[in-house]
Design a binder for this molecule. Structure first.
Ligand code: FES
Length: 103
């Protein structure tokens, strides 16, 4: 289906570019200008941008839904990050206590 009549861009072309961008960084913020830039196109009248936003949302949702098994890794990463932060705080407290004792 033709989405952008100014640049003759179809929804499939837009979805393909979005998927490529998500493959590079699945947490990046994707906006219509970024998609068009990747396609070496520019918005002219920009009347298609609301539809491009809809395609970005549905494609991103489908992308993450297809990789739902990786959710465990995200949670695991966050847990490890919290543990690391806690260790760093504890180490800082111990270092301050040592300095206070020696002073
Ligand atoms: S319809 Fe896409 S820029 Fe005009």
């Amino acid at each position: 289906m033709l989405v952008c009549s100014c640049n003759y861009i179809t929804d499939k072309e837009i979805r393909d570019v979005i998927t490529e961008m998500l493959d590079q960084d699945c947490w990046q913020l994707i906006v219509p200008a970024k998609v068009y830039h990747a396609m070496e196109k520019r918005g002219r009248c920009c009347g298609c941008f609301p539809n491009v936003v809809d395609i970005i949302v549905t494609t991103t949702e489908a992308y993450h839904a297809a990789r739902a098994s990786e959710e465990d890794k995200v949670v695991d990463f966050i847990d490890r990050l919290k543990k690391f932060q806690q260790e760093q705080k504890q180490e800082l407290i111990e270092r301050r206590n040592r300095l206070a004792r020696t002073a």
